[in-house]
Design a protein around this ligand. Structure first.
Ligand SMILES: NC(=O)c1ccc[n+]([C@@H]2O[C@H](COP(=O)([O-])OP(=O)(O)OC[C@H]3O[C@@H](n4cnc5c(N)ncnc54)[C@H](OP(=O)(O)O)[C@@H]3O)[C@@H](O)[C@H]2O)c1
Length: 231
């Protein structure tokens, strides 16, 4: 493809799988919370960045450093994010703040500040890593779901505002095994999301994958209610 691709949160899990797949034939700009997060990882064709996005001033520093390394960008993947599961009444103020800052506020600011670099590309694309939590009502995920639903709606509006200039896509996934699950839960792998990302960014204009929902075929979550018949 030979694109310049920036992925936030690329040191592990989904972002790392995306970086590993796409680095074969693209120029990669990979971000994590700290430069040392990449210490044990070797990804070809990559420039590495370390900025903690729970501190908003770091978004400016990240963008400044990125602009020093490249004067254009073809793809921005807004992937960096965390999930804390807790009954809302038990949530600490600090954890609420961390989720909203990292999963929502930082993604909006990174996007806003990188639009000028993206507009230098002939075929720019922004991808947001949302979640099926944005569309469901899973107990314990109130704050996480709020951030992911926020990103989903933000992306819908941005897609219309940037129509004809920058393509905007959103990925919604059910559980992805990013915690080395050994119990064999029927969930997707980070590589499944990476393949999906590759599919989305390799479609030729004007074809746009606006939004895509991903799940495991033997869906264990949200697929049946207590009153559902046996299948
Ligand atoms: N796993 C799932 O089941 C699932 C399902 C749907 C959607 N998602 C979404 O997919 C994205 C990636 O999830 P994942 O499961 O792959 O997560 P992960 O394995 O925990 O990786 C998170 C990435 O984000 C970075 N990050 C964490 N805190 C940060 C901070 N304060 N500042 C900057 N970067 C930070 C991490 O960098 P460090 O290594 O430096 O900490 C890491 O690269 C998230 O947005 C998540 O909400 C995940």
């Amino acid at each position: 493809m030979d694109k310049k691709i920036c992925i936030t949160g690329a040191s592990k899990g989904i972002g790392l799988a995306e970086a590993q797949l796409l680095s074969k034939d693209n120029e990669m700009y990979l971000h994590a919370s700290n430069p040392s997060s990449f210490d044990k990882i070797s990804i070809p064709n990559s420039t590495l960045f370390g900025y903690d996005f729970t501190k908003m001033e770091n978004v400016d520093l990240f963008v400044e450093e990125l602009q020093q390394k490249t004067n254009s960008l073809d793809v921005l993947v807004n992937n960096a994010g965390l999930m804390f599961i807790e009954k809302f009444s038990d949530f600490s103020d600090k954890d609420i703040n961390t989720l909203i800052t990292l999963n929502l506020h930082a993604q909006l600011l990174v996007t806003k500040k990188l639009i000028p670099l993206l507009l230098k590309s002939k075929d720019p694309h922004i991808i947001f890593m949302s979640s099926m939590s944005a569309k469901n009502r899973i107990v314990g995920e109130s704050v996480y779901a709020a951030t992911k639903a926020g990103i989903m709606q933000f992306a819908h509006v941005l897609r219309n505002e940037l129509a004809g200039k920058i393509r905007v896509s959103t990925i919604h996934s059910w559980g992805v095994n990013t915690w080395d699950d050994k119990e064999g839960a029927e969930i997707l792998t980070p590589e499944n999301i990476a393949e999906t990302l590759e599919f989305i960014i390799s479609r030729k204009r004007p074809f746009l994958v606006e939004s895509i929902d991903l799940g495991h075929e033997s869906h264990w979550n949200g697929a049946s209610a207590p009153w559902s018949p046996e299948v």
